[in-house]
Design a protein around this ligand. Structure first.
Ligand code: PBG
Length: 344
């Protein structure tokens, strides 16, 4: 400091070399931090992914996702009611059928597990939470790919669209409230929208998995849904993580032009740049999917005592929110909803 200032009786802090501004002032104490926080999580914005498995009498634990199970129809009802009571905004259903074939017949069978479970959910929690269904073929095909195959074993984009349209109609008939196509076929939203409209389901919204990357973070899901590809991988239809945001924006724009009502970015934590760009570019609700591998990573580290589980869960969800997600799909949805409610 200058001797002149000290001589003039100015406080030390006013001397050059001391902070001109003190951002720490707003961090003093939890009440002040809570007052100025502007990124908030709310139970109503959380969606719980749930698995329902055909032909089992007890829930089947998923070893790579501790705490998540493949439900029976009756335990699904019970867990869905608990999630609804916790205040989650929605449930997204994935079916695990007993029999798989090359065309994924169980996906649109009116007596297939998803259709039956959708009807169960409608009677159990209908009117309380939004009942969504993933629309894809990988859980239902014996080869584990998201579409029909050509004789040469390639995923046949255009033939798959017809199957997606049939699945959309089956899910609609079973009472689904939002259809979420996740197969990354070109034109899938248009095909589904046309089928729904043609059958009078003009009011049924489509939440498109628009920017979906070919990610190793889906690993545990493939145990959960028993849908690992029997050969090859999904890199021929899901996006390449090594491509910049422009491709994601193009996928989003195409889905909106095809009639999507809301769009999704997936996975979440490793794709926050994509999420932010998408959120800035559209006026529709943007969802982010915190996927199975993101869940497994935290649970595994926490089980070893290496991370503070509850803080990490809230921190990652807050980051996803901060990056622009209006809706977050997370396997922790019910637990977090309960936690947020208990905090008031
Ligand atoms: C496809 C689908 C997948 C996931 C959701 N829908 C698997 C995939 O694309 O390979 C992954 C979700 C997760 O990892 O939690 N039906």
């Amino acid at each position: 400091g200058t001797p002149g200032r000290a001589a003039a009786g100015l406080p030390a802090a006013a001397q050059p070399g001391f902070p001109l501004a003190r951002p720490r002032r707003l961090r003093r104490g939890a009440p002040l931090r809570r007052l100025v926080a502007d990124v908030r999580l709310h139970p109503a914005d959380l969606v719980l992914p749930m698995f329902v498995r055909e032909g089992v009498t007890d829930p089947v634990p998923i070893s790579s996702m501790p705490g998540v199970v493949q439900h029976t129809r009756s335990t699904l009802r019970k867990a869905a009611a608990e999630a609804a009571a916790a205040g989650v905004g929605g449930i997204i259903l994935f079916g695990v059928p007993e029999h798989k074939d090359s065309r994924g017949s169980a996906a649109d069978d009116p007596a297939g597990i998803v259709q039956l479970a959708l009807a169960d959910l409608a009677s159990e929690v209908g009117g309380d939470v939004v009942i969504m269904a993933d629309l894809c073929l990988d859980e239902y095909t014996d080869h584990g790919h998201c579409g029909l195959l050509t004789p040469a074993g390639e995923v046949d984009n255009d033939a798959t669209l017809g199957r997606y349209a049939q699945i959309a109609l089956a899910q609609a008939a079973a009472g689904v409230e939002v259809i979420a196509p996740s197969g990354m076929m070109d034109g899938q939203v248009a095909a589904i929208r046309a089928a729904l409209d043609g059958a009078g389901h003009t009011e049924l919204p489509v939440l498109a998995y628009s920017a979906k990357y070919a990610s190793a973070f889906y690993g545990p899901f493939r145990e959960a849904a028993l849908c690992a590809p029997q050969f090859g991988d999904r890199a021929g239809y899901q996006q390449d993580p090594a491509r910049s945001v422009g491709e994601a924006l193009r996928e989003v724009a195409l889905d909106l032009a095809e009639g999507a009502d809301a769009v999704m970015v997936k996975p979440a934590l490793a794709y926050l740049d994509i999420l932010r760009a998408v959120a800035d570019s559209v006026d529709v609700p943007v969802a982010a999917y915190q996927v199975s591998g993101e869940y497994a990573m935290v649970e595994a580290a926490a089980a070893n005592g290496w991370l503070d589980r509850d803080r990490i869960i809230l921190e990652t969800l807050t980051a996803v929110r901060r990056a622009g997600a209006d809706i977050i799909l997370t396997y922790w949805a019910a637990e977090v909803a309960e936690l947020l409610r208990s905090r008031g």
